[in-house]
Design a protein around this ligand. Structure first.
Ligand SMILES: [Zn+2]
Length: 440
């Protein structure tokens, strides 16, 4: 331990001296912290079906190793099984609280999204590469940075206060967040004791902007489903039958066109859109970060922040129909579209799913058979932590960044957060950014 930070001169955690000592410690170790992150990025930790399970397991082992030297009393490597399915491997590390000191749970996840089209990457997605002060690679932010943030915070705490600081600590590093945390409720049920905490810090959201920290206090929910249109029991020749019969793609397109109002708001009836924010989301930021083509009209009404955080959003994310390469002179008899919705706080996914189904079935489909198949659902979330804890977190973030922290909503969804709220209604849940990530 650094002599100036020995037990006799341990700084008061609420003082500038403490903030400065933490900053100094992080500065001194920054390079090795980034190296740890880069090493973690090399694991192709995909929980999606069809990917190498061994890589996901290796990633979990590496995570366990990363928490093996931070003074934990126990580390668990956990999977759940049900119906022949196995969950992504999770790591739980714990240090028991001394006396009646509180316990803080630190959450992040080690699984990542598939890399998609490799040609669209400038550099290898599995090699963290620095470009203009940013680190590029799959998981460099979401959410391997979250894991390293937690590890680094515990190391700094140990360094400044000694490992006997007394605070109860639990890290929970999930292995299946990107596939919608299908086993999360079961994890909570089976390991409730391991996971119970007074405060839960989720490091899986983004900052407001570069250098501007954010505490996320609402998350959108999500749901998806498939709309299927059938006009005949087999494809028929357009020369013989074309004219009186519209093809399934045309009717599907007409249904899709009715899912939004002319303004671009979701047209489905009965959506609870009663929550609003005062935050101002800069339109040019939105345009530059999303890469919209020049002249594209932004959809929907109300402030941009409300459209991103509070109102319902609906997109078509895939279509099954005859591909152009196989197109022939026949009338396509069936077509399917997958839709994905983001739900504002207050919207109940099951209810919205029913509203979408009723709405789609009420549309004029020229008598075609229309089915709506529900898919995944995740609830939206609003933080209901006590004001004192939120203030403390905001002050800490502001001190650390040297820039005032703001409360934001988040357009993305983290379905397990709703499960956490349900399992631990009395815990304070705080959502913070992964390392230095920007606004999206
Ligand atoms: Zn994430």
């Amino acid at each position: 331990m650094n002599a100036s930070l020995s037990a006799a001169t341990t700084p008061d955690p609420y003082s500038w001296q403490f903030v400065d000592a933490v900053k100094q410690w992080v500065d001194e170790h920054f390079e090795s912290i980034v190296e740890e992150l880069a090493e973690l990025v090399t694991y192709k930790s995909l929980a999606f079906e069809g990917y190498d399970r061994g890589a996901l397991e290796a990633s979990a082992h590496r995570v366990a190793e990363l928490f093996s030297d931070v003074g934990f009393d126990e580390i668990h490597h956990l999977t759940e099984t049900d119906d022949g399915q196995t969950s992504g491997p999770a790591i739980i590390g714990r240090k028991h609280a001394a006396g009646n000191k509180p316990t803080v749970l630190l959450y992040a996840h080690h699984d990542v999204q598939p890399v998609g089209d490799l040609h669209a990457w400038t550099t290898d997605p599995w090699v963290a590469t620095e470009r203009n002060g940013r680190l590029y690679g799959r998981g460099t932010a979401d959410d391997k940075a979250g894991i390293i943030v937690h590890r680094t915070a515990i190391r700094a705490l140990n360094q400044l206060f000694g490992e006997q600081h007394g605070l109860g600590l639990t890290v929970f590093i999930e292995g299946e967040e990107e596939i919608g945390s299908p086993f999360f409720a079961q994890f909570l049920q089976n390991h409730r004791q391991l996971l119970s905490a007074d405060t839960i810090v989720v490091a899986d959201t983004a900052n407001w902007g570069v250098g501007v920290p954010a505490l996320t206090t609402s998350l959108r929910g999500l749901l998806d489903g498939i709309i299927e249109v059938t006009v005949a029991d087999h494809p028929v020749h357009s020369g013989l039958f074309g004219g009186p019969m519209l093809d399934a793609i045309t009717i599907l397109a007409r249904i899709i066109a009715e899912l939004h109002t002319p303004d671009g708001d979701v047209a489905v009836n009965d959506l609870d859109q009663s929550r609003w924010t005062d935050a101002v989301y800069d339109e040019s930021d939105y345009r530059s970060q999303s890469g919209t083509v020049e002249g594209l009209h932004l959809a929907g009404t109300g402030s941009l922040a409300d459209r991103l955080w509070n109102k319902a959003a609906l997109n078509i994310i895939g279509i099954d129909a005859t591909p152009i390469s196989e197109a022939s002179n026949s009338i396509v008899h069936t077509a399917r579209a997958k839709f994905s919705m983001r739900l504002g706080p207050g919207m109940e996914p099951a209810q919205v799913m029913q509203s979408v189904t009723d709405y789609v079935k009420s549309l004029n489909a020229h008598g075609a058979r229309v089915e709506v198949y529900p898919g995944e659902q995740g609830k939206p979330f609003i933080v209901e932590s006590d004001a004192e804890t939120i203030e403390l977190m905001k002050t800490s973030l502001s001190d650390a960044w040297g820039s005032e922290a703001i409360e934001t909503g988040l357009g993305g969804s983290i379905p397990f957060v709703a499960d956490l709220v349900e399992a631990f209604p009395d815990a304070n849940i705080l959502e913070i950014a992964r390392i230095g990530t920007g606004n999206w």
